[in-house]
Design a protein around this ligand. Sequence first.
Ligand code: 16G
Ligand code: ZN
Length: 531
Amino acid sequence: MAEFQEISKLSALHPKPAGLVLQYGTSGFRTNAKQLDHIMFRMGLLATVRSKKTKATIGVMVTASHNPEEDNGVKLVDPMGEMVTQDWEEHATQLANADQEDLLTALKNIIEKEAINMSQEANVFVGKDTRSSSASLSQAVLDGVSALGGHSKDYGLVTTPQLHYMVCCQNTQGKYGEATVEGYYTKFCQAFIQLTKNTSNRTDDQKHLCLDGANGIGALKVREMESHLKKELQISLNNDGSKGRLNHQCGADYVKVQQKPPTGIKINPGERCCSFDGDADRIVYYYTDSEGTFHLLDGDKMATLISTFLKELLTQAGLDLKIAVVQTAYANGSSTHYLENTMKVLVRCTKTGVKHLHHVAQEFDVGVYFEANGHGTVLFSKAAEEKIQQLAEDTNVNDERKKAALLLRNTINVINQTVGDAISDMLLIEAILAIKGMTIQQWDTIYTDLPNRQLKVKVADRRVIDTTDAERRAVTPAGLQEAIDNLVKKYRQARSFVRPSGTEDVVRVYAEADTQESADALAHEVSLAVY
Ligand code: 16G
Ligand code: ZN
């Protein structure tokens, strides 16, 4: 076929370095940008084939999220805006690692295995973050798409969740919104304005938010969006990319892991602050108190605030819908305890990685999912959306139910349901705080985090550790779990687990306990047991 000859010719312009083996991991391919040109071309090919298979538009996002500037990466986005399915992750790995001369064979194998009709049209949306390597790497993706005769649309600089949104809008014929950046701002900002419209007399202080843009794409997009917010949210933007380096001593990952504010930002006591990560799919909140102590409000705190708000509204609306919170093993024990015992909300635990949480959240009418690191969103089932919509339009219900239904409807519209989205999460949290008339300190005191510690351990082969029970227990090597259990017993309110990282060549250790000293000691002891 003509297109295959074209691929041979063009792939020679994107050669694979000999011996390089990469895997489509938890969040796609990710490594030093210099090693990625061939991967990008090949992901352009694969996205085109995936588009033919699904008869829908597929997304390709060029980003390495919170990694340093010199890295880059790529992720595929499936038709409804979700992560690509597991079996196609395997195809991606196969295609990425085929030697230059075997590329066509590898591609043909996938086409055959998936019974692809090659005469089917293909459409691929491409987006990129602000890394200096992203321009040429996203061009390599576009080259891959055109090598197979696919159509592409280059969205240029967009956040990861914006690209997910575009793909979903396109494949739902605009029902989810308009597949443009402008459509994105209009949809989410209008919902935010509606939600905050009747909140009583918010002061300028309450409308003010200090934002750390991680010197990345999120900062750029918040600037673009600002006018749509009609001063209902006044953002002072730090780390906007004009001076500092991407993710360097700033951003959601830095703040969460270091448990301190971004370097160089002046924060007034009590001021509400948040940080995005490098592709704006993660957000964490924080403040410092009058004594200068730093307080972090992470994904668990957001899940709690959001699920409490939604549960109250569902009760007021008299809607019998099943709400659940999905967490991972990293969720602070206090958050799980509060949700289960005080809020009486169903909590489910899954393996780390957004796709796992997303899938479990889909099982409920309202599924709130958040990783402790700040990636999360809320999913509403079709039936739940319909019930809320009906109630909002019903002229025969009392004022309280109606008001709750309208708030729920606008809440649905402020949420990017395709994937965790720092911008949309920020608008949602800001709206909830405004509606509840709550300060960040009041939000923080809903429950108190158990002190915790995370460590990384370098081992010869991290794959010898296999886990079960949503990564909370180690099955291999023999004796490891028993050793952890014995260490945990020594401390109060303690919990610990180990898991091989999906993004780095390390084993991660997590421990929590009643005091910071105990959490630190337990993490240290468990890391010794891992060797
Ligand atoms: C990736 C995941 C994130 C997860 C992290 C864990 C996506 C989009 N991102 O960044 O959800 O928390 O990996 O990394 O799925 P680890 O396996 O190295 O601990
Ligand atoms: Zn990210």
